[in-house]
Write a protein that binds this ligand. Structure first.
Ligand code: ADP
Ligand code: ADP
Length: 230
């Protein structure tokens, strides 16, 4: 479980462009929050700052009271899933999923975690394949599996489904909601932040939706309470 606080967060890129203009936001333990807004509104910048992958120009981001810049994402129990999957091309599906666990767990524990995640994501038959031998949807499931095996407290999703066809997007959407609910049921509540420019996706996935425009928050509310739309 992890709560996330953004306090007067600003981002000014080295070229002088201000992408984020003093954002305040409280994300609750175990919440599923969606960032939605048009291309260029700074969804991805904000997510990358929470992940610790992008410096914070002013203000602060706290995860369970700890400043994100002080620790590496992995140490903070954060896993990020990207739009382009970012799999290691030369490694098998098994190794892609096992990679980040090396050094921290026994071989038996790693195998258990990978095989459990593979079963959940219907990847058991594909463990020996390389990413080039997989479809887009299968690659995205491996990327998700790679996050799940670490049992992170925080999942960050950057438009993870936008390269998939419409039907698969719906399937994966339901799978992510199910993952969030399953973790809650098993007492391993994870906080999830999901970035999308797709209104339908936003409306169907989030406990709350944060509508962004030009680096500012327009509204944060339950899907049924929204009056600002991207
Ligand atoms: P979104 O994810 O909502 O599409 P981004 O966070 O990618 O938006 O970008 C927000 C704004 O910041 C855009 O205007 C973009 O052009 C700008 N931007 C992103 N990265 C950089 C960078 N490295 N240098 C300067 N401007 C950037
Ligand atoms: P390398 O040939 O580079 O050493 P392997 O492909 O043999 O790598 O995999 C390394 C380890 O990962 C193996 O010792 C094995 O324990 C585990 N492993 C790989 N594929 C699977 C699989 N499909 N099911 C269970 N364990 C696997």
């Amino acid at each position: 479980m992890a709560s996330i606080q953004l306090k007067k967060v600003k981002k000014i890129y080295p070229n002088g462009f201000q992408a984020i203009h003093g954002v305040d936001l409280d994300i609750k333990d175990g919440e599923f929050l969606v960032f939605v807004g048009p291309s260029g509104c700074a969804k991805s910048t904000l997510l990358r700052m929470i992940a610790g992958l992008e410096s914070i120009s002013d203000g602060e981001i706290l995860i369970d009271g700890r400043c994100v810049n002080d620790e590496l994402p992995k140490e903070r129990g954060i896993a990020m899933v990207f739009q382009n999957y970012a799999l290691y091309p030369h490694m098998s599906v098994y190794k892609n999923m096992a990679f980040s666990l090396r050094g921290n767990f026994t071989k038996e524990e790693i195998e258990k975690r990978v095989l459990d995640a593979a079963e959940k994501l219907e990847l058991t038959q594909l463990l020996d394949r390389k990413p080039s031998q997989l479809s887009g949807g299968q690659c995205q499931r491996v990327a998700l599996g790679r996050a799940i095996v670490r049992s992170p407290e925080v999942f960050l999703f950057d438009e993870p489904l936008s390269n998939l066809d419409a039907k698969l997007r719906v399937t994966m959407r339901l799978q992510l909601i199910e993952l969030h609910n399953d973790l809650k049921k098993s007492g391993k509540n994870a906080t999830m932040i999901y970035v999308t420019h797709d209104q339908v996706e936003a409306m169907t996935m989030g406990d709350r939706i944060c509508v962004l425009n030009q680096g500012q928050i327009m509204q944060v509310d339950k899907p049924t309470e929204l009056y600002h739309f991207p």
